[in-house]
Design a protein around this ligand. Structure first.
Ligand SMILES: O=P(O)(O)O[C@H]1[C@H](O)[C@@H](OP(=O)(O)O)[C@H](OP(=O)(O)O)[C@@H](OP(=O)(O)O)[C@H]1O
Ligand SMILES: Nc1ncnc2c1ncn2[C@@H]1O[C@H](COP(=O)(O)OP(=O)(O)O)[C@@H](O)[C@H]1O
Length: 291
């Protein structure tokens, strides 16, 4: 599937809405302040459980499944609704961006992806191997791993997917934003040098980490491909939420994860908290030192 992003969607002209990453055509406007995301069963199950977990304040409010034009959707809060000309950033969390299941599938029923080959060549014509070049296709885990090592996912446990600033400029070209300095520069540009916003983001990230470390939901789920959505505006409001639970799956009982241990196939660790530790460390180091 080809991804086009960002998508600027006029939600019935009430306010402009931006989709920074993800699958094209996945979202529709709901009633004011809510949006419809194309139905995904694992996401529905997660959102239902999250409404009863201590993580509830840090995810969009969830209102069940609705149908429109014969298509099912998950109905949730639009996190942009309370902001005026918001600046938005999507950070994909974790050191692994595909489920272990994808590895199994690729071994048992290998399916060459021409679209992924094309996306790879568009970024780096030298990246495919001889064999891949001959086949004009690659396996999904190979593409996902290549994206992880090209960006900061493998080295820092998160990557920036997209940034839209209040002035309307939008950048989704962070595929090669890899080292700490490059990430810091992008974050600096996102907050526009506003120390107050930086402090609010840092506080919220520390709060989220504290709650994640105690959450029953988080302990018992492999959280892959989920993002932190950062939103601030000129009024000085700045918040962060967890979004996208399409690849968040429950572990078989009694297995739990600490989300910091390095991944080896079979242990299902996702590196989410390791990435959050690094993100917090980077935000902290961007604040001026207090004497
Ligand atoms: O970002 P680019 O380089 O375009 O690659 C995308 C993302 O990794 C998607 O992950 P996410 O949804 O976490 O953003 C993934 O979707 P899923 O793994 O969720 O399906 C896509 O796989 P395909 O949907 O198989 O194309 C893959 O093509
Ligand atoms: N609840 C929400 N409120 C506001 N914006 C959202 C919300 N959920 C997603 N988005 C926007 O849509 C983008 C893609 O969301 P995501 O859930 O990751 O989609 P996908 O499952 O297609 O990858 C995010 O980067 C963000 O810009």
């Amino acid at each position: 599937m080809v991804h086009f992003s960002p998508f600027v969607v006029s939600f019935k002209k009430r306010y402009p809405w931006v989709q920074l990453a993800g699958h094209a055509g996945n979202f529709q406007a709901g009633e004011y302040g809510r949006l419809l995301k194309r139905y995904c069963e694992s996401e529905q199950q997660c959102l239902e459980k999250l409404m009863k977990d201590m993580l509830r304040p840090y995810v969009p409010g969830y209102y069940g499944v609705v149908q429109r034009d014969e298509q099912d959707y998950n109905l949730m809060d639009d996190l942009l609704a309370e902001f005026d000309s918001p600046s938005i950033m999507d950070c994909k969390m974790g050191s692994r961006t595909y489920l272990e299941e994808e590895l199994k599938k690729a071994r048992e029923r290998p399916r060459l992806r021409k679209d992924m080959y094309d996306k790879m060549v568009a970024v780096d014509p030298g990246a495919p191997t001889e064999e891949e070049r001959a086949q004009q296709g690659i396996l999904k885990p190979r593409y996902m791993q290549w994206r992880e090592t090209l960006s900061s996912t493998a080295t820092l446990g998160f990557r920036i997917e997209g940034i839209k600033k209040a002035d309307g400029t939008c950048n989704t070209n962070f595929k090669k934003t890899k080292n700490r300095e490059q990430v810091m520069q992008a974050l600096e540009d996102f907050v526009g040098g506003n120390t107050q916003i930086l402090k609010l983001y840092l506080q919220r990230l520390e709060e989220i980490r504290l709650v994640l470390e105690q959450s029953q939901f988080f302990r018992t789920h492999e959280v892959v491909g989920s993002s932190l959505l950062f939103v601030h505006d000129a009024s000085g409001k700045a918040r962060v939420w967890m979004i996208d639970f399409g690849k968040t799956v429950p572990l078989p009982e009694p297995q739990t994860l600490d989300h910091r241990t390095a991944w080896v196939e079979g242990n299902r660790e996702d590196g989410y908290l390791w990435g959050l530790d690094n993100l917090i460390d980077i935000f902290s180091s961007m604040l001026p030192k207090t004497p």
